[in-house]
Design a protein around this ligand. Structure first.
Ligand code: FAD
Length: 388
């Protein structure tokens, strides 16, 4: 079947799949709602696991990442005005994270795909899926210049994020959806401020969690736990900085937080959601289209990259020899990693947040104290944080 694979969505999942299929000589077409400039400049995640970097490197897609990314092997927890470093790299075979903004990953993936002659259509609208249960599925859409277009596909890859069209095309009852609201809310802040730390900081404060994430030499991301149903309008720039200073404050230290111009402020959807199975007929879901996870633990983009790797291998085996094993096992293989990441993220969410129930807050703090004081707990953290 030499019909192309139709890929909906040019995020990390869709573009990685596109590159890997292209390298395997399997025709594919990527459809993306946004412009190229939009996807290449949309700041989101920034922490990549070592195994995802190795996968990208194995396919020649990590040259700039390896040259420019910072490597991180330690993080810091702050509680009751004291700082505790966890050197997770030394607890897990010297493995580290790579800090490299998601939009740079996307830029590299678009560049490589286009340079290899890849077919990607930006600014498309009205994408619809047809006959996904048959051996001859197809996609229709309206092109950037308003023409109605159609692609007869061998398979469709749904990599269009949580709010995309592909998952919604699966008939009701054919998949099971697991959803969880964690009962917390984060204000996410991006600022043109150089990092005030060399390590990610997770701070527990009586008023709630605060996080200092690393993005680049000139830009940093911060998170503030805010009351559920709070809105961005309640958070002036001045209030954001006051709250960050307060929650990160250390006793007996001259550490200080460097401020900068705030360029993005948004309330994050702290929901977890998983679809089972991740395929229906000849539609295969990848990345956020199949599962979302809170940013705690930084797993979302990594899971998207893993799904793409597994699906590319399965489609390659099928196209080469008709071997369907990988396709049949695709969902189970990905879901094992997804649920493990969800479990870890939930473990961390509980540990670093203030709960409206004081009893639960104390349990969370006890979990953190155990992590700081116990090799076995730190080992669990290290392995899951760096990525198994
Ligand atoms: P997306 O990146 O969402 O890409 C989907 C693409 O499909 C988009 O380009 C979209 O425009 C397109 N699309 C949607 N609908 C249609 C349609 N109907 N037709 C055509 N195209 C369509 N993850 C981490 O691993 N580490 C982190 O530190 C981290 N931090 C985050 C911080 C924030 C503020 C946010 C929002 C997310 C964060 N994540 C993080 C999660 C991570 O960004 C996502 O998990 C990741 O983007 C998933 O990749 P994807 O390719 O599956 O989906």
């Amino acid at each position: 079947n030499r019909r192309p694979v139709g890929i909906v969505g040019a995020g990390p999942a869709g573009l990685t799949l596109g590159n890997l299929l292209q390298q395997a000589g399997i025709p594919c077409v990527v459809l993306e709602r946004g412009t190229r400039e939009h996807v290449e400049t949309r700041p989101r995640a920034g922490v990549i696991e070592h195994r995802a970097v190795r996968m990208l490197d194995d396919h020649g897609l990590a040259d700039r990442l390896l040259a420019e990314a910072d490597r991180h092997g330690a993080c810091e927890f702050r509680v009751n005005g004291r700082a505790y470093e966890v050197d997770y790299s030394s607890l897990y075979d010297g493995q580290t994270h790579y800090v490299y903004p998601q939009q740079e990953v996307v830029k590299d993936l678009v560049g490589a795909y286009v340079a290899g002659g890849g077919d990607v259509r930006f600014s498309v609208t009205d994408v619809e899926l047809h006959d996904i249960e048959s051996g001859e599925p197809s996609l229709t859409w309206t092109s950037a210049d308003g023409r109605a277009e159609r692609l007869d596909c061998s398979f469709i890859a749904g990599a269009d994020g949580f709010h995309g069209v592909t998952r919604r095309s699966i008939p009701a009852g054919a998949i099971q959806e697991f959803s969880h609201q964690h009962g917390i809310e984060w204000l996410s802040i991006l600022a043109e401020a150089p990092p005030s730390t060399h390590k990610v900081i997770y701070a527990l404060h009586p008023d709630g969690f605060a996080g200092h994430m690393l993005r680049s030499a000139t830009v940093s991301r911060y998170y503030l736990q805010v009351p559920v149903d709070d809105t961005v309008d309640n958070w002036s720039d001045e209030r954001v900085w006051t709250e960050l200073h307060k929650r990160f404050a250390l006793h007996d230290s001259d550490w200080s937080l460097t401020e900068g111009r705030i360029i993005e402020k948004r309330i994050l959807d702290m929901r977890s959601h998983v679809v089972e199975p991740m395929n229906h007929g000849n539609l295969y879901l990848l990345g956020d289209a199949a599962h979302i996870i809170t940013p705690v633990g930084a797993k979302g983009m990594n899971l998207a990259l893993h799904d793409a790797e597994v699906l590319a291998a399965a489609l390659t085996a099928f196209h080469r020899s008709g071997d369907e094993t990988g396709l049949n096992e695709y969902s189970d293989t990905c879901l094992r990693r997804v649920w493990r990441a969800q479990e870890f993220s939930q473990w961390m969410v509980f540990m670093i947040h203030r709960s409206p129930e004081p009893f639960l807050s104390r349990l969370g703090q006890a979990r953190l104290e155990h992590l700081i004081g116990s090799g076995s707990s730190a080992g669990y953290f290290a392995q899951n944080y760096v990525g198994p």
